[in-house]
Write a protein that binds this ligand. Sequence first.
Ligand code: FE
Ligand code: CA
Length: 503
Amino acid sequence: MTRLQRRTFLIGGLASAGATILSASSASAALYPFTLGVASGEPSADGFVLWTRLAPSPLNADGLGGMSSANVAVEWQVSTDRYFTTLAASGTFTATQSWGHSVHVELTGLLPGREYWYRFRAMGHISPVGRARTAPAVGTSPSLTMLFASCSHYEAGYFTAYRRMAEENPDLILHLGDYIYEGGAGSTGVRTHQPSTEISNLASYRVRHALYKRDPDLQAAHAAAPWLVVWDDHEVENNYAGLIRNDTSPAGDFTARRAAAYKAYYEHMPLRAAQAPSGANLQLYRRLRWGSLATFHMLDTRQYRDDQACGDGTKLCPAADDPARTLTGATQESWLLNGMSQKLGTWDILGQQVFFAQRLAAADGSKSMDSWDGYTANRGRIQNGWDAQGNRSTVVLTGDVHRSWASNLMQNYGTQNRIIGTELVTTSITSGGDGNATDNGLSNLNPHVKFYKNLRGYVRTVTTPTQMTVDFRALDRVTVRDYPVKTIKSYVIQAGNPGLQTP
Ligand code: FE
Ligand code: CA
């Protein structure tokens, strides 16, 4: 048995291969339900969330995954070793059709700052094994290896970057949004979206999430470490703002669409019950302590934002500077600054979606209306707020733009006066397809922006009480399977001394 379990663990996302072996011994076994893999998330000092979803036929158009309306008892185990010789916790979760037979187990009572392994059993089958980790205890600051990623379009390439992330054996993975894309099937990708039309109801969002989750490279990344996730726009609809839709196709009530998208997101992510949706709302912004080393402030820059000023796109738009405009909403803005003022850890790390630093696209002042440049007063209040509070180790993590960028955050972008923080922007996992290493997006309009590269990949950070080392990790191609990853740029950020430094 141990050998089989080990094999199941080693083959990672190729769960059905392991299942064939296990089910062969059980004449009464139902179809294999763990086609979407396993995941953990939301680590605290005494626990984390375990996730899976029972779906023997994950792409069934009704979104029910091939499950009946019956409740299913799902046994789970947490062990201090990967062979499950010593159990640290175990129990049973009742999976219901109303939540797509998803499983969300919130664990407490574990030891801080250590690895655990977990697995599930249901319908006569054992799941692959995942590795999780508790956060360190408050008062301790062990080194943290954290990866962050964004923008994984299924059709644009293979998820090799996710596989490479799993191989890094990180303590923690952040996903900053565009985990799925909502569009219909294209004709130019390396593989094809299901359903084939733009998703807009609960069944189709579930099938799209399941399509992505079936990917063995993505399953490997989920099984390798706990994740902290926040969404961007494509989990619902391109460039939506609050309850304002981007376009009218497909037709229908956008509030109902957002409710369906948020529910499917919750059902497929290792989130706590505090993040369960309520109608068209979902409380996604939240704070997580990593001992006394770092505090993760995970932001939601979609649900509460005002509509893009002057429409979407990049343009000159004085209305973007209206002090009344907000990207975060007033409640989240004050929640963030209040949390930062508590200085719970050495580092304040903001995990969020859209480009934070000023980024002029032309000398006339044209900027991207979907990013913080479209909500400059909100940005100014936040960064001046943390500066006034004395937060000297603030790092903003960003996704969305499908390029690697690194910037110093300035108290005044116009005069380039005083660095008050640092921004690291991860490129996409696949979105945009293969990159172009000679593409140069730096402009003398933005002297605080120091790095740009158009390749696919992710960012690796190693954080200690004195510094954060940053490696931009990239793959030359994603339209061909199994490319290696390499470091294309490295920086050091010193605690208490904001800004990018050459290592
Ligand atoms: Fe994207
Ligand atoms: Ca986006």
